[in-house]
Design a protein around this ligand. Structure first.
Ligand SMILES: Nc1ncnc2c1ncn2[C@@H]1O[C@H](COP(=O)(O)OP(=O)(O)O)[C@@H](O)[C@H]1O
Ligand SMILES: CC(C)(COP(=O)(O)O)[C@@H](O)C(=O)NCCC(=O)O
Ligand SMILES: [K+]
Length: 255
């Protein structure tokens, strides 16, 4: 078995793979103040509850877009899993041809998503990841990574709205029945959900034009993908586990 770990700005997602099969997956909060020991307790408890024997984990791979968390999770792996994790970054074989300006600055999660998407669907593709930020990544017909777009995530856009406008309440991120909201909560939900879906469709349309390829498959992932996919015309498929798949593939390419 291998353990794959993706550290995002909001959540740390873990997966346990046996060969190509994902046996378990878990989501923890990304808490920048937490220690290696605290994460050790969380990992231990999750593994224990799921009947996972740490001794069966033969390797660990991780990707992170939160630099201060890297050391914490590395130390946790060494101390409690007795493995030094492979870290997605310089020196790791991803098999991805990066044709953007500065490959080193691209978030590891975006690279990992692209690797999985090329493997599972082939190019041309757009991958949309609805995380803390929403990222769009374009892959051409040869499977080369071209670059993409980054926009404020649905959660942080909503938070900003609530924080900066005194009379706007905190709301549940759920789809209202109509776009014409007849109260404040419904008006906010309509603006956020339908507005965000429209943004996704608009960006993807321009990307397809720029790629000069009409038959581009659009795959969505990330915590909030399902919420928007239903309202977006551009999204062809939701694969909530894309990042974990990418980590498994990269692990295999480096062992
Ligand atoms: N299974 C889920 N269902 C609904 N919302 C989720 C789920 N998982 C995560 N979220 C929410 O989606 C947002 C983005 O999460 P995630 O994709 O894990 O972001 P990141 O990769 O930036 O850490 C967060 O606000 C999180 O609370
Ligand atoms: C764009 C991101 C903030 C997305 O992070 P996430 O929402 O998954 O936490 C992350 O991929 C990042 O910090 N990237 C570095 C800049 C870049 O990708 O070009
Ligand atoms: K992510």
């Amino acid at each position: 078995m291998i353990l794959v770990i993706d550290i995002g700005n909001t959540n740390i997602v873990l997966g346990i793979y046996k060969g190509r099969e994902l046996l378990h997956h878990f989501r923890l909060s990304t808490v920048r103040q937490s220690t290696a020991d605290e994460y050790g307790v969380s990992f231990h408890n999750l593994f224990h509850m799921s009947g996972i024997n740490v001794a069966d984990i033969r390797g660990v791979i991780m990707s992170s877009v939160v630099p201060p968390m890297v050391h914490v999770i590395e130390e946790m792996c060494r101390k409690y899993i007795h493995k030094h994790p492979l870290m997605v970054g310089p020196g790791i074989k991803t098999g991805l041809n990066l044709r953007n300006e500065n490959p080193r600055e691209v978030g590891a999660d975006r690279i990992v998503n692209a690797v999985a998407a090329v493997d599972l669907y082939k190019g041309p593709l757009v991958v949309v990841d609805f995380g803390t930020a929403t990222t769009f990544d374009c892959i051409d017909e040869k499977g080369a990574y071209l670059g993409g777009a980054i926009v404020p995530g649905i959660g942080i856009a909503t938070e900003a709205l609530v924080q900066r406008a005194s009379k706007l309440p905190r709301i549940e991120l759920e789809k209202p029945k109509k776009v014409i909201g007849r109260n404040t909560v419904h008006a906010m939900q309509a603006g956020i959900i339908f507005g965000y879906a429209g943004q996704v469709d608009g960006i993807v349309k321009r990307m397809k034009q720029e790629m000069g390829a009409p038959l581009v498959k659009v795959v969505a992932t990330g915590g909030l993908a399902e919420l928007i996919a239903g309202e977006s015309e551009a999204i062809d498929e939701v694969n909530p586990l894309l990042t974990l798949e990418g980590l498994r593939i990269i692990y295999e390419r480096n062992s």
